[in-house]
Design a protein around this ligand. Structure first.
Ligand SMILES: NC(=O)c1ccc[n+]([C@@H]2O[C@H](COP(=O)([O-])OP(=O)(O)OC[C@H]3O[C@@H](n4cnc5c(N)ncnc54)[C@H](OP(=O)(O)O)[C@@H]3O)[C@@H](O)[C@H]2O)c1
Length: 343
């Protein structure tokens, strides 16, 4: 980094609402002894980033003014005096729950999330604690690597850490959104049979090219659970990644095999549900809530992306100056991730 450069461009949010996200000039932060400074290459947007800006995601935890967006990829340009893990020139990605390294999460992990309450990556430079940064997969560009920390890790943690996914097992992905697309790619790479529900036949075709074996249009086939049972000879799926939530959770119980696992990830159709308990009891369904995952899993997942040559699906890369348009695109929906190229 050039010695004379002391300020950087950053997007800063001063109040809730996208209209209050402004491009400003701020001081480049200096790494403390245990920290690294990265030159940000790219960030990717998640539902969480938009919900934070909209004031509907833990609004009491937002420290105005703040730099948003958690998922970041970049290159180390300075290291603190105690840092062993990385050196200048290394490529790294961020890890949302920056203090959750392994094992069970602590009660206060949300206090150490990037992109609020801790500063995010929508700026030319970003500070990370060295121990909470993760080496970027060598096979991916910054734009691609920036898509991994939330959406991909959530899938990996659900299927591998909690699900112990085995080749030949059946995985159901709901909708062809950001999480589910990674679900298709990861489950397929690990040898699973992949069933995708979608409202769009066109997205269904794209899902097939990524490794989906069966497509169910949930608009023309609203009883998709029955169809999953038909496709699995009446047995049901081994794993369902539940991004829909709401009353649909009952459909997922119906579509899951005895002792199968439903991972509760999203709430696109509602944050509450009236769950019929008897099918859950009789089928001994495992219902596992999930909040992304720990750092060790992210490191293991990155090795798998290199090994299986998984390429994240990106719908559009926006220039840094067009960050507001990128948020608006996210709100409209996309097939794949929305990325902002920073440098
Ligand atoms: N717990 C966690 O750690 C975690 C991590 C990441 C995301 N999430 C949550 O997971 C959810 C999905 O995130 P995302 O980034 O994948 O969202 P997204 O990219 O916006 O995906 C939305 C897609 O979901 C599908 N969908 C919507 N309503 C549906 C319904 N009733 N039935 C079936 N599919 C439906 C649609 O697919 P089609 O267009 O194909 O129909 C839509 O395109 C969000 O609620 C997000 O907050 C949670």
């Amino acid at each position: 980094m050039s010695k004379e450069k002391s300020t950087m461009k950053a997007w800063q949010s001063n109040a809730f609402g996208l209209e209050n996200l402004k491009l400003v000039q701020v001081a480049i932060p200096s790494p403390k002894t245990h920290e690294i400074l990265i030159k940000v290459g790219a960030v990717s947007l998640n539902f969480r980033d938009k919900a934070i800006i909209d004031g509907i995601y833990s609004p009491e935890m937002i420290p105005f003014p703040f730099i948003p967006v958690s998922d970041t990829a970049g290159t180390v340009v300075a290291v603190g005096t105690d840092v062993q893990k990385f050196k200048v020139g290394d490529r790294v990605i961020s890890h949302l729950y920056s203090h959750w390294m392994d094992g069970k999460p602590a009660h206060n992990e949300p206090e150490f999330c990037l992109g609020a309450p801790l500063p995010g990556g929508l700026a030319e430079y970003m500070i990370l604690e060295a121990e909470s940064a993760v080496a970027a997969p060598a096979s991916l560009t910054d734009e691609e690597a920036s898509t991994l920390p939330i959406a991909a890790l959530t899938v990996w943690f659900a299927l591998v850490n909690h699900g112990n996914l085995q080749p030949g097992e059946t995985v159901v992905l709901q909708g062809a959104g950001g999480v589910s697309i990674f679900g298709i790619q990861i489950a397929h790479a690990l040898g699973a049979r992949v069933i995708v529900t979608t409202s769009s036949d066109e997205k269904g075709q794209k899902a097939r090219t990524l490794g989906a074996d069966e497509i169910i249009n949930y608009v023309t086939t609203p009883n998709w659970a029955k169809e999953v049972n038909r496709l699995t000879n009446g047995i049901g799926a081994d794993h369902i990644l539940e991004v829909v939530g709401g009353e649909g959770l009952n459909d997922s119980v119906e579509a899951t095999r005895v002792a199968g696992q439903i991972t509760v990830i999203g709430f696109l159709a509602g944050q509450t549900t009236a769950l019929n308990l008897m099918p859950v009891i009789f089928k001994q369904t495992k219902i596992q809530g999930i909040a992304v995952g720990h750092l060790k899993a992210l490191e293991e997942m990155n090795k798998a992306f290199d090994k299986y040559n998984i390429k994240p699906v990106i719908e559009k890369v926006y220039p840094f100056e067009d960050a507001v348009e990128a948020y608006q695109h996210l709100a409209k929906g996309a097939f794949g991730k929305i990325v902002i190229k920073v440098s």
